[in-house]
Design a protein around this ligand. Structure first.
Ligand SMILES: [Zn+2]
Length: 143
């Protein structure tokens, strides 16, 4: 029997483990997000070598669904919402919903499969459409 259990006090590692673990995970997430935002604020992905280039774009010359997202977040961090939207409209449309979910949901739950497949279809369609060489789809490519 441990000394803490002998005193009638549960060890902190057992008593508060689930709550403490989620708090620690949340704190780590906030620290990592703050670090990523600081890096995106300080270094422009369009001109800095701090961020790696898109491998898909480097290999194919095509824009993947995520192309322009880092540059968009950099623009957003500097308050240039329209420039951010022009770089990756899908990311800028999804961002408010993702931020709301992360900020106000006490517990993240898995999305229903139909929603997940719908999102996958939207991302794939966005990736295909933004590579078409005529308007209005050409406007979906990073600009
Ligand atoms: Zn890309």
């Amino acid at each position: 029997m441990s000394p803490a259990a002998a005193n009638g006090i549960a060890p902190a590692s057992i008593a508060g483990a689930p709550f403490a673990g989620s708090r620690l995970a949340a704190a780590l997430l906030v620290v990592c997000a703050a670090g990523a935002l600081a890096a995106l604020f300080l270094f422009d992905p369009a001109s800095s070598r701090f961020f790696p280039p898109c491998l898909f774009h480097s290999l194919t010359g095509l824009h993947c669904p995520g192309c322009g997202t880092l540059r968009a977040f950099h623009q957003l961090a500097h308050g240039h919402v329209w420039n951010a939207f022009r770089l990756n409209p899908l990311a800028m449309l999804v961002l408010p919903f993702a931020a709301f979910e992360l900020a106000f949901r006490k517990r993240l739950r898995p999305l229903p499969p139909a929603v997940v497949w719908g999102l996958v279809a939207v991302v794939i369609a966005f990736g295909v459409l933004r590579n078409l060489p005529f308007e209005p789809f050409r406007s979906l490519a990073p600009q």
